[in-house]
Design a binder for this molecule. Sequence first.
Ligand code: PMP
Length: 436
Amino acid sequence: KMPPFDYSPPPYNGPSADEILAKRREYLSPSVFHFYKKPLNVVDGKRQYLFDEEGRRYVDAFGGIATVCCGHCHPDVVEAIVNQTKRLQHSTVLYLNSAIADFAEALASKLPGDLKVVFFTNSGTEANELAMLIARLYTGCHDIISLRNGYHGNASATMGATGQSIWKHNVVQSGVHHALNPDPYRGVFGPDGEKYAKDVQDLIDFGTSGNVAAFVSEAIQGVGGIIELAPGYLPAVYSTIKKAGGLCIADEVQAGFGRTGSHFWGFETQGVVPDIVTMAKGIGNGIPLGAVVTTPEIAEVLTRRNYFNTFGGNPVCTAAGLAVLKVIEKENLKENAHIVGSYLKDRLAALKDRYELIGDVRGRGLMLGVELVTDRQTKTPAKAETLHVMDEMKELGVLIGKGGYFGNVFRITPPLCFTKEDADYLVDSMDYVMSK
Ligand code: PMP
């Protein structure tokens, strides 16, 4: 049974799922897709739950793609947004505003070393575009090294850096090189991070001819199928890149803000300190906001070039961001992600012992992946089964995401207020669907 929750959404009088779907087919880009056989119209959200048009509750274990870290419509975040909206919705870089400055200060206090100059953007894509621009300006070099299977956004440089062909749309990106993915489950060197790192040295020596501006990667690949980079990988690569004169960019769009449970930032799980950190998603709990944080020395390259954007660091978004940081602290969400995430991972691992279909259970905190295979020996991806289980779980009231190179990995990235009871309901539902 789904855990009890004391909230009933107000009655919904809007159009039905089918009506919305018809409109969507006519007016929205066909690239916008939905997974389910029977379309789902979500009309309300509270904490880790979503509600459909009939008031039916769902355990949201996807969290708006690892975005809604404090839970849907968290009262403190809503209040911050409403208060700021009533005072001032928009300003420009010409004037001062404390909502922006206070949040930049709070964000910097969360980062190690000299990482304290913040540039705000509206999304993860923009944050990574800007990070790569900064690296290119700072080093005077052009080449970017990123990982096969990584995801960094859908604009020009970021699409280039994204390492899955399906996201590239035949757009040729000069100066981007993809290194071997240090994937402990499918990669050629298993969990030996240092061996994969050699490929980056080869790219510098033979692929980029020393023209390397930056290395960019996630610490745990999200879209790529919740892949924790093999241990020892980032320390080895960071030292290689630094020796070559390039900068190291940590894409924290999914793994940041306490999601890993053990650390506030994903890169900390590998014990490295990047030169530039990019973030979005969790930073605003669903409000469009992104940021790039770097050192004063590196940031200098933009100061001299009059970089600006219209909406980045909009006061309503930064007011939300400040509230998010306070909620993560006040409600010990990082610690909760650790406790509930470990519990959930153990329960999923126990399920793996019972179902051959589950090839791998991985990730940390509340960033977990379950990879489905039709044969554990050959690791043949079970793509159709993945869709089927997701669909059936949705009918039982559990929403999870999917991803991975072969589209056969469940992505479990719920709000960080997820409970053990929610975890139980998720695993029991998966168990029930797989047992049928
Ligand atoms: N980096 C990572 C790691 C992401 O997962 C995403 C989005 N899925 C992005 C960047 C791009 O962010 P956005 O969709 O906000 O542009």
